[in-house]
Design a protein around this ligand. Structure first.
Ligand code: DGI
Ligand code: FE
Ligand code: FE
Ligand code: FE
Length: 185
């Protein structure tokens, strides 16, 4: 079994310092949310520690993973490569460190976009990434307040903010983000 320290030491060389510090804050935030909403605390901690592992992997390398692993939706290739680091990172970790827990793989995979039928663990990691104390985008305090009591409402609000943000910038929205939102509203 991989410990929090082992996971963090594994991802550290793959990240910039600021991204590593974000990862530590997401890990602490995920533990707090997992305790509050009765998710598996150790799984939340590991998924959070690993969640941005592939953030700085070369786009070409991630593209090859999407093309060659049947489990990765080819539709990802039609959307911004910013969305690839979750699903690709999860499978890289499976191969590199023998991460086999399907619940942890799922939470890492959907941490950027969300998806239909998110588990409590998926929601905890998704929300922790959004509200960790280093985040300061508009509306984050409202999501933090919701996260004090209602996991689904907090995730729905985070998804709503993200969708509105993307539309405001005339960027595409990955369908799973709408699926996640519709599911929680
Ligand atoms: O990796 P992080 O920066 O910690 O956070 P993240 O994995 O949630 O990435 C967030 C970025 O992804 C943010 O700038 C919004 C962007 N993004 C682009 N297209 C989509 C998207 N996010 C969602 N949820 N859905 C999209 O379709
Ligand atoms: Fe991320
Ligand atoms: Fe996120
Ligand atoms: Fe992150």
């Amino acid at each position: 079994k991989i410990s929090r320290e082992e996971a963090l030491e594994y991802v550290r060389p793959a990240l910039k310092t600021s991204r590593y510090e974000h990862t530590v804050r997401v890990t602490d935030q995920a533990v707090e949310l997992a305790e509050r909403f009765h998710a598996n605390v150790k799984k939340a901690e590991l998924a959070a520690a690993f969640h941005d592992y592939a953030k700085y992997k070369p786009v070409k390398l991630m593209e090859r993973w999407i093309e060659s692993d049947r489990r990765l939706p080819k539709a990802l290739l039609d959307y911004h490569h910013e969305l690839w680091h979750g699903p690709v990172g999860a499978l890289m970790l499976e191969q590199e460190v023998g991460l086999t827990d399907g619940e942890i793989i799922s939470a890492i995979s959907c941490h950027t976009t969300g998806k239909k039928h998110m588990s409590t663990l998926d929601k905890v990691v998704f929300l922790a990434d959004y509200i960790e104390p280093g985040r300061e985008f508009p509306g984050v305090d409202q999501v933090r307040n919701k996260a004090e009591e209602n996991l689904d409402e907090a995730c729905a609000l985070a998804l709503k903010n993200t969708i509105i943000f993307l539309i405001g910038k005339e960027r595409t929205v990955y369908p799973d983000t709408f699926h996640a939102y519709n599911d929680l509203i």
